[in-house]
Design a protein around this ligand. Structure first.
Ligand SMILES: [Zn+2]
Length: 269
């Protein structure tokens, strides 16, 4: 009887301690004023960015998502910093060899998370049951105890041109409000007003499965109670989207709308 009682007391103490630790982590996230931006994929010397690409250069130029974000992450960061938050930019690779991208990386202070094998799967340091390609930069984002993590990507669903309009922000369960606010900002500022999208609004997709597009980056953030979203709103395989993004003024506006959505979420917490 005594033994059972001792066991029950120990279990209760353990549960209370776990709950206390969880509440402390949640408070830390709520009070954080730091946003981490992760430039998706990496840049291979001589080969360029290793993310999705436009099928060809026919829509105003060739675009690749990692290179795109090296160019425009500074615009997202600017909006966040102007609202009084700290913003760090991360990429899982070396500085690009392209001089213009390298200059911009230096200007905005990109933290290069050297990944020994950029295409390999790694375990998360924060939550070792989570594993993914690119998890090291999600870990680096969590190191700075952020209020939110934004994984900067562009979508693509075909190797040839195809009009796709179902772009979305993929988010973790604790990031639903973040993603919804970002999508709403996209809809007010960009989608169907500038960016042609045939009247279809930007969506929100909650991801909890690591096997489905970035789940483990989102999961590892979720395990730390950090709202996170992957920006898969526009398609490089959509000729109308590619033409839009190839105009630098549009690309800037699109990048700023990502920053504005993030800020609106932070202000509304
Ligand atoms: Zn991507």
């Amino acid at each position: 009887m005594k033994r059972i009682l001792r066991f029950l007391i120990a279990a209760l103490v353990w549960a209370l301690a776990a709950q206390c630790a969880q509440q402390q982590m949640q408070r830390q996230v709520r009070e954080s004023r730091t946003v981490a931006l992760d430039i998706g994929h990496y840049y291979a010397p001589g080969r360029g960015g290793q993310g999705a690409r436009t099928p060809d250069a026919s829509q105003g130029g060739a675009l690749e998502e990692c290179e795109f974000w090296y160019k425009y992450a500074g615009d997202v960061k600017n909006v966040i910093e102007q609202a009084g938050y700290k913003c760090i930019v991360i990429n899982r690779g070396d500085t690009p060899t392209d001089p213009a991208l390298a200059k911009e990386a230096k200007r905005i202070g990109v933290i290069q998370v050297k990944t020994p094998q950029p295409a390999a799967v790694y375990l998360s340091r924060h939550h070792p049951k989570r594993m993914a390609v690119g998890i090291l930069s999600a870990d680096r984002a969590l190191d700075c105890k952020p209020a939110a993590v934004i994984f900067l990507h562009l979508n693509s669903d075909s190797d040839s041109w195809r009009i796709s309009n179902k772009g979305a922000f993929y988010c973790n369960p604790v990031g639903v409000t973040l993603a919804t606010t970002m999508a709403d900002t996209m809809n007010r500022r960009i989608f169907n007003c500038g960016l042609p999208n045939h009247g279809i609004p930007c969506g929100v997709v909650v991801r909890t499965d690591g096997h489905k597009g970035g789940g483990d980056w989102l999961n590892t953030c979720n395990d730390s109670f950090v709202p996170a979203a992957i920006t898969e709103a526009v398609f490089l395989s959509n000729p109308e989207h590619a033409r839009y993004l190839n105009a630098p003024a549009n690309a800037r506006q699109f990048a700023r709308a990502i920053g504005e959505g993030t800020v609106r979420y932070l202000e509304g917490r």
